[in-house]
Design a protein around this ligand. Sequence first.
Ligand code: MG
Length: 390
Amino acid sequence: MKAITLLGSTGSIGTQTLDIVAQYPDRFRIVGLAAGRNMAMLAQQIRQFRPEIVAICDREQLPELTQAVADLSPQPIILAGDAGVIEVARYGDAETVVTGIVGCAGLLPTVAAITAGKDIALANKETLIAGGPVVLPLVQQHGVKLLPADSEHSAIFQCLQGVPSGGLRRILLTASGGAFRDWPVEQLESVTVADALKHPNWSMGRKITVDSATLMNKGLEVIEAHYLFGMDYDQIEIVIHPQSIIHSLIELQDTSVLAQLGWPDMRLPLLYALSWPERIYTDWKRLDLVKAGNLTFREPDHQKYPCMQLAYAAGRSGGSMPAVLNAANEQAVALFLDEKIRFLDIARCIESVCDRFTSQNRSTPSLDEILAADRWARQEVIGLTTSIAY
Ligand code: MG
């Protein structure tokens, strides 16, 4: 029986993780749950999974949450705020912490979990992208495992099982192409929020769906792959694969290429991150290659989607630059979702903010320096966008 704590329990990753826990009650149990502000869903999850400790990030909802589960016996410890989420992350005998919090907000709870000796099922890529220079040494120091739950990185991790160290030559990340893959570039100037939220293959949260439409998601995944698998940026490539059946590939030193295939379903990478190195039987829909039909590939269009190159450049700069890129992206996407800026402004904002940070970048930043770079970048985006007139 594996004890699990889940951060971001009411989001897309969180609810799918709980589906798995509910399906395998003799394999997994929930120690802690943390959510942002969906009090009603969190209360229902507490009732169903009976964790020992919970936190709601929005402090104002603490009384209502406490009231909603007052009849339960035994009572869980109920906390609130960022400090509450961090406490849940490090609490008790949980072996693995699933990080499903969106954005850089996941960084400090993940650091807390690592420091408490817990393995991380990494579903929050921003943690590693922003915090890589601090997170990786901590993972080493505390002897914990960083198990990828992003579908592409899970695919690479699955293909790497049994590959000896030094055997990996190149990583090929597949990309669906996002909501606008078949739109002409001229039309991107006028896309709406609703357009950007229509992902052709994957059902995910709002932020990551917009990241998929700009292809920043793939750029962020390049940086994530660099940190997870220790490959140089020259050895990480992106290929557009509209069907999302091949979840990524690796090339070995002898030119052999291995791929991992499956229907687009986040539960599989989540289950593997929880069950590794075991393979658990599931009754999920099995891949039918004939039904999947043609698998096609094409080169990514860097003119149409500048975010990928921005991410490569930030990754190569290293230090706090990926944190700046990530924070600028989070802020710009939030403004786009609020209809304060247009779709193409997202990339423009990020480029402008990264350009201005170059001179301040240090190669081995501390956690405080990374967090300061994150705050600086968000302010810069807000400053830029208030000066844009429509
Ligand atoms: Mg992914």
